[in-house]
Design a protein around this ligand. Structure first.
Ligand SMILES: Nc1ncnc2c1ncn2[C@@H]1O[C@H](COP(=O)(O)OP(=O)(O)OP(=O)(O)O)[C@@H](O)[C@H]1O
Length: 190
């Protein structure tokens, strides 16, 4: 079980700034080269100005497709979220090794624990292992849909060590500074 206050969750409507917050906190923490940060974030893939999918990006900059709206014979059988088809194998190949618990990891960054990522049956068990490791976590989760969380997301939100911040345009900068300061305090090596 994670100790109290080591899992920071950010949520909020699509586009409110969850990924941006996580990336800015990451950028400021990585200035300290002694910190070992592990994880991934997700971002849009655009072609000619149009969003055509999503990709997963590791903290050291490696990328792999996560979902695409371009139909091929291969993608027909893939699970879908709206008009996007999730490339589970591609996601797993990059994201799962990043969630491997290592003794020297200081912080896990997981953006995000959402429907697309959860098509991977190995993903949530890996997230739970991270939580059980007692290593600090910064993760994003989607807002409840029709008042309900995805069951895995509910488990995270209800986790004993979790604090969840709901972002809005007016609080996102203040929440970012709050999380940055909480993590800096937690990660300072004595
Ligand atoms: N604190 C901020 N100040 C100014 N612009 C911001 C801020 N946070 C986010 N934005 C802008 O808002 C847009 C959406 O941000 P971002 O991708 O971080 O949102 P998100 O909540 O992760 O979205 P999604 O749920 O779709 O992944 C981006 O263009 C980003 O530059």
């Amino acid at each position: 079980m994670a100790g109290p206050g080591k899992c920071f969750l950010v949520t909020g409507t699509p586009g409110v700034g969850k990924t941006t917050l996580i990336m800015r906190v990451f950028e400021s923490l990585k200035v300290n080269p002694s910190l070992k940060l592990q994880g991934f974030y997700t971002r849009e893939v655009r072609r000619d100005g149009q969003r055509v999918g999503f990709e997963v990006v590791t903290l050291d900059g490696r990328t792999a497709p996560l979902a695409s709206n371009i139909s091929t014979v291969e993608t027909l059988r893939w699970p879908s979220v709206g008009k996007y088809k999730a490339d589970v194998a591609s996601f797993e190949s990059l994201a799962l090794p990043e969630l491997q618990v290592r003794e020297d990891t200081d912080l896990f960054i997981i953006d995000e624990v959402g429907k697309m990522e959860l098509f991977s049956s190995s993903f949530f068990p890996a997230v739970l292992r991270v939580l059980e490791s007692n290593i600090p976590v910064l993760a994003s989760i989607p807002v409840p849909k029709f008042g309900r969380d995805i069951p895995e997301v509910a488990r995270l939100r209800n986790h004993a060590g979790a604090t969840c911040f709901t972002l809005s345009v007016s609080n996102r900068d203040a929440v970012r500074e709050q999380i940055r300061s909480l993590l800096e305090d937690l990660l300072i090596k004595h």
